[in-house]
Design a protein around this ligand. Structure first.
Ligand SMILES: [Mn+2]
Length: 430
């Protein structure tokens, strides 16, 4: 296997930390044992957990105003998966990469798959792009894509999604995520019903091209780039789409794509109950933004989402197999560092949710003891599970402290000398 970070670097950093980690792990193990929880069982589940990294996440993002490129930015998908493999090597929590077409389009798909194999990376859901115009495409998406008033433009968007499926098949992916920028900026600009009918017809054409063992995810977003209405604006519309399309269609929940204070964990529970939860795009938000680092603003909300996921996992909810991916934009940090921390935050929320005392919670719920019910969740959320995460990484050959090991490796300086600085000044938000 090709290792982007020298093993010696990780070993040296780990050596300075392992004694403390063992002491912390043993102490936490004793605390959890008093609560009837076996720490090793939790650690094994955390070790088996993975979240996909988006290929576009390893480049510096941007805003509508400007983009401030970092150094050593990946120039193409081959550079991107090298960066992704650094994240996996150090965190052991990101075994797959999610590609974005056409940004990651290459002629040499075999070579890309081989490079992924060599780096120990698989390919997660494919992401289509009909929210911006590719160079030389016949019809513009300025006024929409799958819901466009013009049939030829819709067909072009359908064909693009079918092409994404073909690329994904060659790489070993088994899912397509469709997010569109379609919508309107003015009341009256589009007919809500007609545009949604056109969207559904176009998605049905994409669905027809889906292999039997594939899933298709529709991703809702309340606003942006359209600021008055979007065609797939909320989870209700998303659920209707999944219902209309059929059993291979599921809803994707991007944590940042809701109005502030929306109860996302309840949406997750509803979609699980009706077997339509397809997957996640993890990130965080404070206002109307949708691209801050996962867990950086409201880690409790992330925990509450995972509480629903572990609840479903524990009771073996039928049809429950969501895919997990990060989807965020990095403007002021090294993207590799942000993605490593975000993968850790997702694992942390999972570990915390695993130690919720579900029997006690159920009894408090049935007994209408609101205070103790919520305290039961808080007791799990307040538990410092870092030793579980760190021990899981260490035992898998990763870094006890991924960011420290990454900085010690000098990887960014190395790629900065190999990759010319990006001249792009455009926005990079997706
Ligand atoms: Mn997303």
């Amino acid at each position: 296997m090709t290792l982007m970070i020298k093993k010696d670097v990780i070993d040296a950093d780990n050596a300075a930390r392992i004694a403390d980690l063992k002491a912390d792990y043993d102490h936490l193990g004793q605390q959890l044992a008093r609560r009837g929880i076996d720490i090793d069982t939790i650690k094994e589940k955390v070790s088996a957990y993975g979240v996909a990294v988006p290929s576009w996440g390893v480049g510096t993002g941007g805003t509508r105003f400007a983009r401030f490129p970092g150094t050593g930015e990946p120039r193409n998908i081959f550079d991107k998966i090298e960066d992704c493999s650094v994240i996996q090597q150090l965190t052991k929590a990101t075994p797959t990469v999610s590609l974005h077409i056409p940004w990651d389009k290459v002629d040499d798909l075999k070579g890309l798959k081989e490079k992924g194999n060599a780096l120990g990376l698989g390919f997660d859901a494919m992401n289509s792009n009909t929210f911006s115009d590719a160079p030389d495409q016949a019809h513009s998406y300025k006024f929409g894509s799958l819901s466009h008033a013009d049939a030829a433009t819709r067909q072009q968007a359908v064909d693009h999604n079918l092409e994404c499926i073909e690329i994904g098949k060659a790489l070993g992916s088994n899912a397509l995520t469709v997010w569109i920028g379609d919508g309107s900026n003015f009341p009256g600009q589009v007919n809500f019903t007609k545009s949604f009918e056109r969207y559904l017809d176009a998605m049905k054409a994409v669905y027809k091209g889906l292999p039997d063992d594939w899933k298709i995810f529709s991703e809702h977003k309340m606003f942006e780039p359209a600021f008055y209405s979007t065609v797939v604006q909320d989870w209700g519309t998303n659920y209707l789409i999944a219902q209309e399309l059929g059993p291979k269609a599921h809803c994707l929940v991007d944590l940042g794509h809701h109005a502030p204070n929306v109860n996302i964990e309840m949406i997750v529970a509803r979609l699980i109950q009706f077997k339509k939860l397809g997957g996640f795009h993890f990130n965080d938000s404070k206002y109307g933004d949708d691209d801050l680092d996962t867990g950086s603003i409201d880690p409790y909300r992330l925990f509450l989402v995972f509480n629903e996921l572990v609840d479903a996992e524990t009771r073996k909810a039928e049809g429950f197999a969501p895919m997990h991916m990060l989807d965020q934009s990095h403007n002021v940090t090294d993207p590799i560092e942000s993605l490593m921390n975000s993968a850790t935050e997702v694992s942390r929320a999972y570990a915390q949710a695993l130690i919720v005392d579900r029997k006690a919670l159920e009894a408090y719920q049935d007994g209408n003891d609101a205070l103790m019910a919520t305290e039961t969740l808080k007791a799990a959320f307040r538990t410092h599970v870092e030793p579980i995460l760190a021990m899981s990484r260490y035992e898998a050959g990763g870094a006890i402290s991924p960011v420290a090991a990454y900085r010690a490796s000098g990887y960014r300086a190395k790629v900065s000398s190999e990759r010319p600085a990006s001249k792009s000044g455009g926005g990079g938000i997706v």
